[in-house]
Design a protein around this ligand. Structure first.
Ligand SMILES: Nc1ncnc2c1ncn2[C@@H]1O[C@H](COP(=O)(O)OP(=O)(O)O)[C@@H](O)[C@H]1O
Ligand SMILES: [Mg+2]
Length: 134
């Protein structure tokens, strides 16, 4: 099953990752609306990495549910940036430390089936999302 890592080193890599995730989602069999959801999530979370952590990567894993055989996509956005001191606060609608809209994290959570935010100040941040084909 497909697994790949896309480097996020500069602004342009956000669009590269977004397009790549959309393409992989289409190949796996996600409908257009889900392709767009996953592309949007990729854009938001990749942008956070470039903006707040300078660089990082997104790891794309195709998934297969053992019980049903259903396909899905897992995206892991990780960086070794400054981290997030209060993750509950960061997940709140409109919370921003960067003069943004503060919708990236909470909005992304609403677009996927599974969402995990892990962060250690001084060590980095990892956001894991999963969306299943239903
Ligand atoms: N990868 C990251 N590293 C460090 N801080 C982050 C990261 N992603 C998000 N944050 C923090 O979480 C806050 C909320 O993020 P988000 O919901 O995307 O809103 P916005 O980007 O508009 O500020 C950011 O303002 C920032 O403080
Ligand atoms: Mg953001």
């Amino acid at each position: 099953m497909l697994s790949k890592s896309i480097a996020l080193d500069r602004e342009h890599d956000i669009a590269v990752a977004r397009n790549e995730v959309r393409l992989i989602a289409a190949q796996i069999g996600f409908r257009l609306t889900d392709q767009t959801r996953l592309a949007t999530v990729t854009s938001e979370l990749a942008r956070n990495i470039i903006k707040y952590a300078v660089r990082g990567r997104v790891i794309v894993n195709e998934m297969k549910r053992a019980a049903t055989g259903a396909s899905g996509l897992r995206l892991i956005f990780e960086d070794e940036g400054p981290g997030i001191p209060d993750t509950d606060l960061a997940m709140r609608d409109s919370f921003t430390t960067g003069g943004g809209l503060g919708k990236g994290l909470p909005g992304s959570r609403r677009l996927v089936d599974e969402f995990t935010l892990e962060s250690t100040p001084g060590a980095g941040t990892r956001v894991t999302v999963v969306r299943w084909i239903n």
